[in-house]
Design a protein around this ligand. Structure first.
Ligand code: SAH
Ligand code: SF4
Ligand code: F3S
Length: 447
């Protein structure tokens, strides 16, 4: 091979298209770090990039559709400039039927969620023209760390504490795309967080599909609340968040830790999915509505002002009017501060996709609408409760909707917008709430 000219080296640049959850957002930071380690620069647009990387999500059909739409656009770009490379990773890359479709699009590199660390080698080979390349493990090995990463700016960072999922909820593709549950050793997690604090990060969000089961399988006996306490010892970290919590593993010890450790924020995301015991059982969720209610009441009682958010699916196979009414009833009982709500989407290979009684989309749509109307009203009422009060916020930067104002986040994960000068960005201050809306609040700096 001839030496690459300086010109070729200089135009090595990447653009990452990220879809899906926080896991993917975090993986994209690692992908960026790996690519910068082999001489690539970040390009602001796919048009400018010599390498376009897809980091995809397959949790619902709509997520996959978005990706396929974009892939069409990107292959059109490559027709104009055939030297461009397209790499395709993330959860969709794990699925054989997707890889079959990708052949048609002549994707240069396909890499699995367990193969991210191999990207530099794959890219090097692709640069030499050895395409197409497919590197997808279907079984996880040991966790590979540390990997370089290029984090987004700001004062808040995602930190993986575990990978994969063992729960096999009957609707969910994640256990198939992310492998079995594995926890990271606490030592590596703490080192990573110390390094983040040293460069000025103030807040960390610990990530896992089910953080409540952190520690299973580790030599050192350590559970999630123990880890939270260890993280809170890191100087410079002011706030600790985590996501997500499975209701079946939500322990009293976690609730006590949230109540007593001042660095742990008063917000918890506990996916309820359905309020009907019959549907919860069909979903293989491992708890009842009574258990869910008991846990969330315990949270509200022991952690003053706690915000509880959730995920809910409507239109699961066989969901009757009564089952749906049970979900609405739970929404009124728990009074969620926010909810991510979804129409059930059959994922091939999962148990629920093969169930009888798949519901028509019209029913799903109308139930979703009804659910959202109820939930929005409750979220607004909960927010209005805060009007006139003073809350602690971490100032994030200029507001996206009004660049003359600043946006910030309360400990309960509410977005609070107010007027202030740039010098307070990254600081923790107190804001008095003047007006509450459904998805954000407005305030003024408390004197
Ligand atoms: N591990 C997380 C969830 C990850 S997926 C947890 O259990 O808390 C995020 C959300 O997508 C799920 O909570 C669920 O509400 C939704 N979801 C997953 N599979 C789905 C499907 N097939 N159709 C519709 N929504 C789905
Ligand atoms: Fe999916 Fe259930 Fe695992 Fe969450 S806990 S990722 S919903 S299988
Ligand atoms: Fe996340 Fe989507 Fe995969 S929700 S784990 S990126 S299927």
């Amino acid at each position: 091979m001839p030496e690459k000219s300086e010109y070729q080296q200089a135009r090595k640049s990447y653009h990452i298209l990220t879809y899906g959850c926080q896991m993917n957002a975090r993986d994209s930071e690692v992908i960026a770090g790996l690519l910068e380690g082999c001489g690539y620069n970040c390009a602001a647009t796919p048009e400018e990039a010599s390498l376009i990387v897809f980091n995809t999500c397959s949790v619902r059909h709509s997520a996959e559709n978005k990706v396929f739409g974009k892939l069409g656009e990107m292959t059109a770009l490559r027709r104009k400039d055939p030297s461009k490379l397209i790499a395709f990773g993330g959860c969709m890359a794990q699925l054989p039927e997707v890889r079959q479709i990708l052949k048609k699009h002549k994707v240069d590199i396909i890499f699995g969620t367990l193969n991210i660390h191999e990207l530099p080698e794959l890219v090097r080979r692709a640069e030499e023209g050895q395409v197409p390349l497919v590197q997808v493990w279907d079984k996880e090995g040991a966790i590979i760390e540390p990997l370089p990463s290029k984090r987004g700016g700001g004062f808040s960072a995602f930190v993986n504490i575990m990978f994969g999922c063992d729960n096999f909820c009957s609707y969910c593709i994640v256990p198939y795309t992310r492998g079995r549950e594995r926890s990271r050793e606490a030592g590596g997690i703490i080192k990573e967080i110390e390094a983040l604090a040293a460069v000025g990060y103030k807040e960390v969000t610990l990530l896992g599909q089910n953080v409540n089961s952190y520690g299973r399988g580790l030599d050192r006996k350590l559970d999630f609340p123990d880890l939270l306490n260890m993280v809170s010892e890191v100087d410079g970290v002011e706030r600790i968040r985590f996501t997500t919590s499975h209701p079946k593993d939500l322990s009293d010890k976690l609730i006590d830790t949230m109540a007593h450790n001042p660095k742990v924020c008063e917000h918890i995301h506990v996916a309820m999915q359905s309020g009907s015991n019959r549907i919860l059982q069909l979903m293989n969720r491992g708890y009842t509505r009574e258990h869910y209610l008991e846990r969330t009441l315990a949270l509200r009682e022991k952690v003053p002002g706690v915000a509880i958010s959730t995920d809910i699916i409507v239109g699961f196979p066989g969901e009757s009017e009564q089952d749906f009414a049970d979900t609405l009833d739970m929404i009124e009982k728990v009074r969620f501060d926010s909810a991510f709500t979804f129409m059930y989407s059959p994922r091939s290979g999962t148990k629920a996709a093969a169930m009888n009684d798949q519901l028509p989309v019209e029913i799903k749509r109308s139930r979703l609408h009804e659910l959202n109307q109820l939930q929005y009203g409750i979220a607004l009422e909960n927010n209005r409760f805060l009007e006139g009060s003073c809350v602690e916020v971490l100032v994030e930067g200029p507001s996206k909707t009004d660049p003359h104002k600043l946006t910030s986040r309360s400990r309960t994960n509410r977005i609070i917008i107010f007027s202030g000068t740039d010098d307070i960005i990254g600081k923790t201050i107190h804001v008095k709430i003047t007006e509450a809306r459904t998805f954000s609040l407005f305030g003024e700096i408390a004197r």
